[in-house]
Design a protein around this ligand. Structure first.
Ligand code: KDG
Length: 338
């Protein structure tokens, strides 16, 4: 995104679309407006994906659906944007699955630690039957889930010490997303987890309210976390999908051909986003080190120890979610690797 430039860490001063989108269409000529908001800033591949969605939808409807894009939590955090979708006061948001689990708890299954071996396997499972089954559950919550995008494998950063193995987590205050499974997993690892909206994270690290956080490299770099964090470890502990969500009230009010355009665009922009995201996550570990962060590699042995420690949490949540669904997810992972 050429116009975004270097964004100040928190990204609070980021401005709403039009400027960024550089679209050819005007809102006053459109019959429908989609306000799409995300928590990450305008440098992130997630925002590039949202701009891609805008371009596809506007050109396919010849400007009759206008898309306004917002980033950096300009419309609120993940939870409040989902609530706005439910109320019909916002049309689109693209949260991680973790906060979605507060609305449909089955979504926690995709956040099981060490579940997906790689992104390609995740794609196949999420884009397959069981992924669709979960999207369908959003209907009851007045949201329509149109596609999975990618946030990516989450890695730990902190300002205290190198984290190479489990004992290094001891007592570290780690911000997690607002999700019980994430909290429980970090407790098992020995950390002191604090749930917090993404929009508050940078300040919390800057002021030392938390020692660390975990997010994919792209987010760590593009949000400027290296300014307030010294250590990064490739824990890769959880794979975070994004879900492209639409307000059901809005979607149901669209003519059928427009529904099709919107849902195809969410998938197509998602393919673009996943690719951009993978490139970003590959590139930014080096950039983080160039910015002065110390990188610590997690050995297979240490990762196995972490995996064993969080197994009770996986067992507990499997019970809550339903072992049958969980087994189908494991089966889909196995099938994807054939
Ligand atoms: O735009 C999505 C973000 O708001 C959020 O889901 C990012 O991974 C995230 C986090 O740590 O909150």
């Amino acid at each position: 995104n050429e116009n975004a430039g270097e964004e100040e860490n928190g990204g609070n001063e980021a401005d709403a679309d039009g400027e960024d989108g550089g679209g050819e269409y005007a809102q006053e000529d459109a019959s429908h407006t989609i306000r799409g908001g995300i928590g990450l800033n305008s440098d992130h591949p997630q925002y590039q994906g949202l701009l891609e969605f805008k371009e596809i939808v506007e050109s396919e409807t010849d400007g009759d659906i206008f898309v306004e894009t917002y980033h950096s939590g300009q419309l609120g955090d993940d939870r409040s944007m989902m609530e706005a979708l439910q109320l019909g006061s916002q049309e689109v948001t693209i949260p991680s699955t973790a906060p979605i689990a507060n609305f449909v708890n089955e979504f926690s299954v995709f956040d099981f630690p060490f579940l997906f071996p790689d992104s390609e396997t995740a794609d196949q499972v999420l884009d397959g039957e069981v992924g669709q089954e979960l999207l369908d559950m959003l209907d009851d919550q007045n949201m329509v889930g149109l596609a999975y995008w990618e946030n990516g494998f989450r890695d730990l950063t902190n300002s205290e010490r190198e984290v190479a193995s489990m004992e290094d987590f001891d007592g570290l205050t780690i911000r997690t997303m607002e999700n019980d499974l994430h909290l429980d997993a970090f407790r098992e690892l020995g950390a002191n987890p604090t749930p917090m909206a993404f929009t508050e994270l940078f300040t919390a690290m800057q002021q030392g309210t938390v020692d660390g956080q975990e997010n994919p490299y792209a987010t760590i770099y593009l949000e400027g976390f290296y300014e307030v964090q010294d250590y990064v470890s490739d824990t890769h502990h959880i794979y975070s999908p994004f879900v492209f969500l639409v307000s059901k009230q809005f979607y149901d009010g669209l003519p059928e051909d427009y529904q099709q355009i919107v849902s195809d665009a969410a998938v197509e922009a998602g393919e673009f986003q996943r690719e951009a995201n993978r490139e970003a996550n590959d590139q930014y570990l080096q950039d983080l080190q160039d910015e002065g962060m110390t990188f610590t590699e997690i050995s297979d042995e240490a990762r196995q120890e972490m995996q064993d420690a969080v197994q009770p949490v996986i067992d507990e949540y499997s019970g809550e979610i339903g072992q049958d669904l969980v087994d189908r997810v494991y089966q889909a992972i196995e099938d994807a690797q054939q």
